[in-house]
Design a binder for this molecule. Structure first.
Ligand code: PEP
Ligand code: MG
Length: 313
């Protein structure tokens, strides 16, 4: 099945009308990275650190972390390595860290909120980042919901970050509405559609009883992405999508049409996503976007994209 996607996987994907799209990888460990490299990734768009913290009995030292980052950097040979600061809380648990039991963990102390409360844990990662001399390493902050949070983090990180770029995940709806303000504070933004969808619909992403309401192709989510992309472009801030949506073939023409130029997906999906991009035209994708933003639900959106594909594939 995957054979047909092999062609062109090692080149940067371009639409038929010449728009270049980077296809990066979401990784959690070295195996993921190796798979991503074999599949022609253009870099790492999301390195989830949780894996390393969950698989040790105690806090890894900055030196240990730095060693891991260096190893990744070496393999990437100059391609971007986007490191996400530890995103714990919510459904992500780490045994040796004190994570309070909360009534609503997804609305509680997670991501940047936890890090700002536990500076030792934050400093541990920053110390490691400082030790790594890779030019193309970026720092990404999870679960930001206000301008103040990112300012506070930047104050702490200022001295240590060197010339590394700092960006945030857009996964809380407040960021969508405050996008023009937030863009002034950051070097890049990456849309985490998994959490953004959960928070837009007020649907716990792990609760099957309400999963029928969870739809990352719903126009509500697509409109949020459109708003974010518009403000990012206005402020000249690169914008990427790194949630599951980016690896969904039906979503790719919509995301390209919205103006997204970087997708970060599961390593094995990279060749297929590049294959699709090569068969799209940006102009036609923009027309498709105009139509889907006016639909009423995700199923209608998927149907519209299927029609679109029938005409071009
Ligand atoms: C997301 O929320 O879309 C995301 C990429 O982060 P995670 O799935 O790790 O919460
Ligand atoms: Mg998330």
């Amino acid at each position: 099945l995957f054979k047909k996607f092999e062609d062109g996987k090692d080149e940067i994907a371009e639409t038929k009308d010449g728009r270049k799209i980077l296809v990066m990888a979401n990784v959690g460990n070295e195996d993921d990275l190796n798979t991503a490299l074999l599949n022609g990734c253009d870099g790492v768009g999301l390195f989830r650190l949780e894996f390393y913290f969950m698989n040790t009995n105690s806090l890894p030292s900055p030196q240990e972390l730095a060693q891991i980052f260096e190893k990744f950097a070496k393999k990437l040979e100059g391609k971007p390595l986007t490191l996400r600061l530890l995103d714990i809380g919510g459904d992500k648990e780490i045994p040796y860290l004190e994570i309070p039991k909360e009534h609503n963990p997804f609305l509680g102390l997670r991501g940047i909120r936890y890090l700002l409360k536990h500076e030792k844990l934050l400093k541990n990662q920053l110390e490691a980042i400082k030790l790594v001399k890779y030019k193309n390493m970026k720092i990404m902050v999870p679960m930001v919901s206000t301008v103040e949070e990112i300012r506070e983090l930047k104050k702490i990180i200022e001295k240590d970050k060197g010339d590394k770029k700092i960006g945030i995940m857009a996964e809380v709806p407040s960021i969508v509405f405050m996008a023009d303000k937030i863009m002034k504070e950051i070097d890049f933004i990456s849309i985490g559609t998994n959490d953004l969808t959960q928070y837009i619909f007020a649907v716990d992403r792990t609760n099957e009883d309400v999963s029928y309401l969870y739809d990352d192709m719903h126009p509500a989510v697509l409109r949020a992405i459109a708003m974010l992309t518009k403000e990012a472009q206005r402020a000249n801030v690169p914008v990427e999508v790194c949630g599951e949506l980016a690896g969904n073939p039906l979503a790719v023409p919509i995301l390209i049409g919205l103006g997204i130029t970087e997708l970060s997906v599961s390593p094995t999906l990279i060749p297929m996503i590049k294959w699709i991009i090569q068969r799209l035209s940006y102009r036609e994708a923009k027309e498709l976007v105009k139509r889907v933003l006016e639909l009423e639900n995700g199923e209608e959106v998927r149907e519209e994209v299927r029609k679109f594909f029938k005409n071009i594939l």
